[in-house]
Design a protein around this ligand. Structure first.
Ligand code: TRP
Length: 467
């Protein structure tokens, strides 16, 4: 009850002097900065390629609308009610609503998932960093697809180089997290996100001029359900969580700074739409190059690094565009990475009294160490399958395991419990108030989706995968 009586701008209970977002737009920018990242431009295209295209894309879009969006609304709502770091928020809300203290586990699983994700995210962020340099020094100019393939292979085979870029990426993220969240970020995202968007449009424009465009459009948008496996459905569901930064506490942490009068529904919808459009644009920029150059759509995690340089090698001002593109990809990755570290740092600060500097170094340093397993997954340990005795992890390297465990298991489970909390543990009036949504047909529809549709879909996909 107490949360509803606090006044809006002083209600950041449990934290010291953390101001709220300056506007709804500021929140949207930060949350979009978290959502739009490597997930959209690196991961979405390569998993789409691995899972046969159209049908996978369709399932993914359904997952965003029916599962991702309602859970995004629920997570931000919980964060705004709790006004603390994710673990403390869940503890506090459960106490307030007379529920089991075990709800804190949802916060815990989220913080741990964010932590595991960052360990490999930082390595891929490092690849983007490396590619800024390659693009700027004109390495792509006039290069053939063989040269570009060899270039990427060369990067992966060298653990020392990968470590260097992984470390550098992590240092940049740490430097920002240590300064605290909001000062520079609002402004940076405000300018850079539209620029990234614009550059993606340029890339799509180039892709349209290649001979592979129509094939790419049918690949992406003509569903062939015979190619859809149960595993692919789980991957699509997991990616909806990954790409919206759900269930790790990131959105909860950002929601905790959101003034309570803003309606969450349109805010969350904006974020989901922008995120989805960016992913689809990335697909439209990349697959024409794949088909025009006779490359393999299922090439895996290297897909964008083996295709986009081909565009830069041929197009006018390719060096300039290439440098800009990878720089913006890097920035998108950084704004996402920040949101993975933030919940852990906040928790250390709030609960353990560890200052921001020490907390960030502690959390960031250990994530960096864990990231070494991913670095080695692409070379020395590429044949090491540490959990091969479990059927779900057969043939998976450390990198594959962290990816699967987080996106396909931890995030969907965490999100399931968040939406269950919103749908079943909060009274309708309390939910309406927390969402700043009047009790209307829209509210009733949303509550129905939160109680039944989203949870059932997650459970069905899980059960289907198990048996
Ligand atoms: N959504 C980001 C992307 O698409 C990744 C990300 C940021 C994330 N924060 C997260 C994923 C928290 C899961 C959980 O690149």
């Amino acid at each position: 009850m107490s949360d509803t009586t606090q006044s809006t701008h002083t209600s950041a209970a449990g934290r010291s002097g953390n101001p709220l977002w300056s506007s709804r737009l500021a929140f949207i920018l930060a949350a979009t900065g978290s959502a739009v990242g490597l997930g959209n431009i690196w991961k979405f295209p390569y998993i789409t390629g691995e899972n046969g295209g159209g049908a996978f894309v369709l399932v993914y879009l359904l997952c965003i609308a029916l599962v991702g969006l309602p859970i995004l609304i629920a997570e931000v709502m919980l964060g705004r009610r709790g006004r603390r770091s994710p673990i403390q928020t869940m503890t506090q809300l459960a106490r307030q609503d007379g529920r089991s203290p075990r709800w804190a586990l949802v916060g815990w699983s989220g913080v741990i998932a964010g932590y595991l994700i960052l360990s490999f995210y930082s390595v891929i962020g490092g690849w983007s960093l490396a590619y800024v340099g390659k693009a700027a020094s004109g390495d792509f100019a006039g290069a053939s697809s063989d040269t570009i393939g060899t270039m990427f292979g060369g990067l992966l085979s060298n653990p020392g180089t990968l470590m260097l870029w992984h470390s550098l990426f992590m240092l940049i993220v740490l430097a920002i997290v240590i300064r605290g969240l909001k000062s520079g970020m609002e402004k940076a995202i405000n300018l850079l996100m539209p620029l990234l968007f614009l550059l993606l449009l340029v890339m799509v424009g180039y892709a349209m001029s290649t001979s592979g465009f129509s094939q790419a459009v049918s690949f992406l948008f003509q569903p062939d359900f015979s190619k859809l496996t149960t595993e692919a459905v789980l991957t699509a569901l997991g990616h909806a969580f990954f790409t919206l930064s759900l269930a790790s506490g990131a959105m909860m942490a950002y929601g905790s700074f959101l003034p309570k009068e803003y309606s969450l529904v349109s805010t969350a919808a904006t974020i989901a739409i922008v995120d989805t459009v960016v992913a689809l644009l990335a697909g439209l920029a990349i697959f024409p190059l794949v088909f025009a150059n006779g490359l393999e759509p299922a090439a895996g995690p290297g897909l964008i690094f083996q295709t986009l340089p081909l565009a830069f090698s041929n197009m006018a001002f390719g060096t300039l565009f290439g440098t800009l593109f990878f720089a913006l990809l890097l920035i998108a990755a950084i704004t996402s990475a920040i949101s993975m570290l933030e919940p852990a740092v906040e928790w250390l600060e709030e609960k353990k009294g560890i200052g921001r500097l020490k907390g960030a170094l502690l959390a960031g340093g250990s994530v960096w160490l864990l990231g070494i397993t991913t670095v080695l997954s692409f070379n020395h340990w590429s044949d090491l399958h540490p959990l091969a005795f479990l059927p779900a992890f057969e043939g998976k390297t450390f990198f594959d395991i962290f990816d699967y465990l987080t996106a396909n298991i931890m995030l969907p489970l965490g999100g399931l419990f968040m939406v269950l909390y919103a749908g079943w543990c909060m009274k309708p009036q309390a939910l309406a108030q927390a969402l700043a949504l009047p009790e209307s047909p829209v509210f009733n529809g949303l509550r129905f989706v939160m109680r039944f549709v989203a949870p059932l879909l997650v459970v069905v996909v899980f059960v289907n995968q198990l048996f």
